[in-house]
Design a protein around this ligand. Structure first.
Ligand code: ADP
Ligand code: MG
Length: 251
């Protein structure tokens, strides 16, 4: 089964009413690969990420992880169970952190492992400590999100996702809501994950960052992948006019 791709998206399409947001997207990501998705606002990047972990299912097409179809049509109860598993395997980090404001950092991290994986408080607390150390925020374990900077919030959100021991991490513009001086601390955490060979799909506006950590870059526009390739090709020598135009504005 070594030729089964780690992640495979086949003919993904998504419409909101008459609006076709994704049109026949095909994408393969190998284990440990880091793929950046770039493209103008409204091109469908977030919709694609949300479809990968079934937050917002596709209209048609298939999403596979390790040879298992994620977006299976199943009877309601089985689907719920299946989706729970999918969300454990696929961590997601959003632009606006989405921490639970009424829970301290420890409880933000331990909630899902306790609820979904049935970990004891002791086990989950240990996991929270480990993951906070991983993102360099051990001292913030008892703090509420309102007392954290944006960069710290995002690092907690990453720790929370990692606590589920995901097979892949999806980042949707994880740094674009941050003040410029806070971007680097979050990028550092993502770089560290890259060094640990975490499989990642990263939607980003930061071309330098994408060029420095990603194995492949996809340029999306109007619901299609216009062009994809290694960063040195996409950023330095793109083939498509649409890619060139976009990069002219964003490099
Ligand atoms: P991007 O992340 O590349 O900026 P999105 O995936 O957020 O793009 O959006 C792609 C298109 O889909 C946009 O035109 C957006 O307005 C539309 N869209 C996204 N979510 C919804 C929704 N829930 N209902 C209707 N339209 C949506
Ligand atoms: Mg988006």
């Amino acid at each position: 089964m070594t030729d089964t791709p780690f992640i495979e998206i086949r003919h993904a399409a998504k419409s909101f009413g008459a609006l076709e947001v994704l049109k026949d997207i095909n994408l393969t990501v190998e284990r440990g690969q880091i793929v950046a998705i770039i493209g103008p606002s409204g091109s469908g990047k977030s919709t694609l990420l949300r479809a990968i972990n079934e937050l917002d299912p596709l209209t048609s097409g298939e999403v596979w992880l390790e040879g298992v179809q994620i977006n299976k049509k199943l009877p309601h109860r089985q689907y719920e169970k299946h989706v729970n598993q999918v969300r454990q395997d696929i961590g997601m980090v959003f632009q606006h952190f989405n921490l639970f404001p009424h829970l301290n950092v420890r409880d933000n991290i331990t909630l899902a492992p306790k609820m979904l994986k049935g970990l004891s408080t002791e086990e989950a607390d240990k996991l929270a400590e480990e993951q906070l150390a991983h993102v360099g925020l051990s001292e913030k374990i008892d703090v509420y999100p309102s007392r954290l900077s944006g960069g710290q919030k995002q690092r907690v959100a990453i720790a929370r996702a990692l606590a589920m021991k995901p097979k892949v991490m999806l980042f949707d513009e994880a740094t674009s809501a941050l003040d410029p001086e806070l971007v680097e601390e979050v990028n550092q955490v993502m770089k560290q994950l890259a060094e640990e060979h975490m499989t990642m799909i990263i939607v980003t506006h930061e071309m330098d960052f994408a060029a420095s950590v990603c194995d492949r870059v996809l340029f999306m526009d109007q619901g299609v992948v216009v062009e994809e390739g290694p960063p040195e090709v996409i950023f330095k020598n793109p083939r498509e006019e649409r890619t060139k135009n976009f990069l002219r504005k964003h490099l």
